[in-house]
Design a protein around this ligand. Structure first.
Ligand code: PLP
Length: 355
């Protein structure tokens, strides 16, 4: 496998204004790249100036979407230190996605080393304004020039990074969502549990339709019975119903979110009742009508926690918690982001110091 080579850029870019970062618009000076070729395995890990790839039009990723990705963040602590949040979980999840997409898995140690080394090299890009961070995007694409359906014999594994602001610059305002009844994002046996671009491509139409109608996300139902709640937009979803936190179980069609897992861990640590069980949309609306739906929120690395204030299903509309963020959602957000940015002690050993 060998050590990571480093080729430094000759022209550092100007850093964007930390107050106007937005999300995913600026990319740093360097990127990590490693190649896979049949017979050779993964080889030539290197950190090089950020720039375009040269690919043949016949590269298989363009035709058969053989691709996986990940998303995590590097956080700047108040003491100037830099840390990652549960990066080993991203590494392992990406390898599980690789297995599902017939992509050769990546050695965990070289992956971790690549993350740490790239973040160390790009550390001046990590913003320090409140709620800002360095978003890290590892991904693998199939590069073999071949129009023919089989697994590619060559791949690129790359990691790019971008300084980002809060996902919702206006703050934690509850969003309006509706229950999607036409499209589904995944089915059991499909690729729903893998972080792969195809799932996103399949979800775009519903997302666009929702936006045009004034909603920020859709609530996805299962693809078989169109009855059970799965996810919200590209986040996992949690509800507080009559004192209990309920979230759909990981049954193969749901992405096993690291934020979801962290929320459940913290809630159990606090001694609160947590249930991972199928939740029918009818049960959810019945609970809402009876005043038992206390809180609802999405969870994911980008937004951390995204409270849901209004939920629409056909001709029914329910306002949750008066359309305001619930006390438990707010407490969870403060606690989780407290650990991530190093403002509070990390009792679970989740953070990994980079510097
Ligand atoms: C990435 C992702 C999530 C959230 O996962 P985290 O590890 O919490 O960021 C949820 N759903 C989908 C579809 C995703 O792609």
């Amino acid at each position: 496998m060998g050590k990571i080579r480093f080729i430094k850029t000759e022209s550092s870019k100007a850093k964007p204004d930390q107050k106007k970062l937005g999300f995913g618009r600026y990319f740093t000076d360097h990127m990590f790249v490693m190649n896979y070729d049949e017979g050779q395995g993964w080889h030539d890990p290197r950190i090089i100036p950020y720039g375009p790839f040269e690919l043949e039009p016949s590269a298989m990723v363009f035709h058969y979407a053989q691709e996986v990705f990940e998303g995590l963040k590097a956080y700047r602590r108040a003491d100037g230190g830099i840390q990652l949040f549960r990066p080993i979980e991203n590494i392992r999840r990406m390898n599980r996605s690789c297995e599902r997409l017939s992509i050769p898995v990546i050695d965990e140690d070289i992956f971790m080393e690549a993350l740490l080394e790239l973040v160390r090299i790009e550390q001046d890009w990590i913003p320090s304004e409140p709620d800002t961070s360095l978003y890290i995007r590892p991904f693998v694409i199939a590069t073999e020039p071949h129009v023919g359906v089989h697994a590619s014999k060559s791949y690129i594994f790359s990691i790019i990074t971008c300084p980002v602001g809060a996902y919702y610059p206006e703050g934690l305002n509850p969003v309006k969502i509706y229950v999607e009844s036409r499209d589904v994002r995944a089915v059991r046996g499909g690729t729903g549990a893998a972080k792969t671009g195809g799932n996103y491509a399949a979800s775009l139409r519903a997302g666009e339709t929702a936006e045009k109608a004034g909603f920020s996300q859709v609530l996805w139902l299962d693809g078989i019975e169109r009855k059970y709640i799965e996810e919200v937009g590209s986040m996992n979803v949690l509800f507080k119903i009559d004192g209990e936190i309920v979230t759909p179980p990981l049954g193969g069609s749901i992405l096993p979110g690291i934020t979801r897992d962290s929320c459940l861990h913290i809630l159990r640590h606090w001694g609160l009742p947590v249930s991972e069980r199928p939740l029918a949309v009818d049960e959810l609306f019945e609970a809402a009508e009876n005043g038992k739906l206390e809180e609802a929120f999405g969870s994911g690395t980008a937004a951390v926690i995204s409270p849901i204030g209004t939920i629409v299903y056909g001709d029914k509309t329910e306002i949750i918690g008066g359309g305001k963020i619930g006390p438990l959602s707010a407490k969870l957000y403060d606690y989780l982001t407290g650990i991530q940015w190093g403002r509070i002690e990390d009792p679970f050993n989740w953070t990994v110091r980079v510097v």
